[in-house]
Design a protein around this ligand. Structure first.
Ligand SMILES: C[S@@+](CC[C@H](N)C(=O)[O-])C[C@H]1O[C@@H](n2cnc3c(N)ncnc32)[C@H](O)[C@@H]1O
Length: 286
């Protein structure tokens, strides 16, 4: 029993999420995703990438409600497995595909997606590096919409340490304007935060996630019973956010890849001759 509970403590945050199969492990949960769908402006004919898709709840929901084609990628094989199962059971396998991949090095050609969405992944990673990769795979004028945690006030060093213990050492929420700067540095334009909000109490949120997400609920009581450390670990993370939620908010970090520059004007033969003659004249009569 001790070894089992120790295993939970040794899991990093992502492994814990994957093992549980949590579908909406981002600030604001599934209600925030639903609120953001209009802001994302997804059209049925669009090709969407969900970067760090977790167990595929958002990707499957998008396919079901908007009818678009979508690829979800995640670095955790357990997440990808659960996401594939979800797509199959929810009857959207013809629209959604899930692949094991690293967002720092996406296995896609340049300029292929209309929209890249992400939910609570960039906060743990090198923001500019990830956004550059999103930029690469987006078509000109393609959009990025990234739901991320935001820092509303400077976090004291002891709280930053606690946050890193709960969510991992790379966890680094930024103030709103720094999120926008990261997009600018990666080459995006029209940067804007949509649906900015403060972190709310999340007691009901967790209950709602449980009610709604069959992938999460599947085998949950057995998991909790077999791994007593699980509840303590979840409680610790939840308590950290509850006690310190004044420091945090979240919002949809949005930007657009610039359009292609207009092609150079083709010069007709007549204008070319005139140009050459004018240049010659200038040289002779400077
Ligand atoms: C907090 S979870 C969010 C999952 C999902 N987007 C959601 O909202 O429920 C972060 C996810 O990012 C994935 N992840 C972390 N680093 C990654 C990377 N370098 N490439 C791809 N996925 C990554 C983790 O495996 C995890 O599933």
């Amino acid at each position: 029993m001790f070894a089992e509970s120790k295993r939970v403590e040794e899991m990093n945050y992502f492994e814990l999420l994957a093992w549980l199969g949590i579908g909406s492990s981002h600030p604001g949960g599934f209600p925030a995703t639903q609120q953001n769908l209009d802001a994302m402006g997804v059209k049925p004919e669009e090709y969407v990438l969900d970067a760090g898709c977790g167990s595929g709840l958002t990707a499957c929901h998008l396919a079901k409600t908007r009818g678009c084609k979508i690829i979800g990628v995640d670095i955790n094989p357990q997440m990808v497995e659960k996401a594939c199962l979800r797509a199959e059971k929810e009857g959207v396998s013809h629209l959604v595909e899930f692949r094991l991949a690293d967002v720092y090095n996406l296995p896609f050609a340049n300029n292929c997606f209309d929209l890249v969405i992400a939910e609570s992944i960039t906060v743990f990673l090198d923001k500019v590096k990830v956004y550059r990769e999103f930029y690469r795979v987006l078509k000109p004028e393609g959009r990025v919409a990234d739901l991320e945690m935001v820092l509303l006030a400077e976090l004291p060093a002891n709280l930053r340490r606690q946050m890193e213990v709960c969510f991992g050492s790379g966890t680094n929420p930024l103030p709103f304007e720094e999120w926008l700067n990261a997009l600018t540095q990666a080459g995006f334009q029209d940067e804007i935060i949509k649906n900015p909000q403060r972190m709310k109490k999340n007691g009901r949120l967790i209950l709602n996630e449980l009610k709604k997400d069959w992938v999460l609920v599947k085998g949950l009581s057995e998991k909790a019973a077999s791994l007593p450390g699980l509840i303590i670990r979840l409680q610790k993370n939840a308590n950290f956010m509850k006690m310190n939620r004044g420091y945090f908010g979240f919002g949809l970090v949005c930007g657009r890849k610039p359009p292609l520059p207009p092609p150079p004007k083709r010069v007709g033969f007549k204008s070319w001759v005139l140009r050459v003659l004018r240049r010659k004249k200038r040289r002779e009569n400077p």
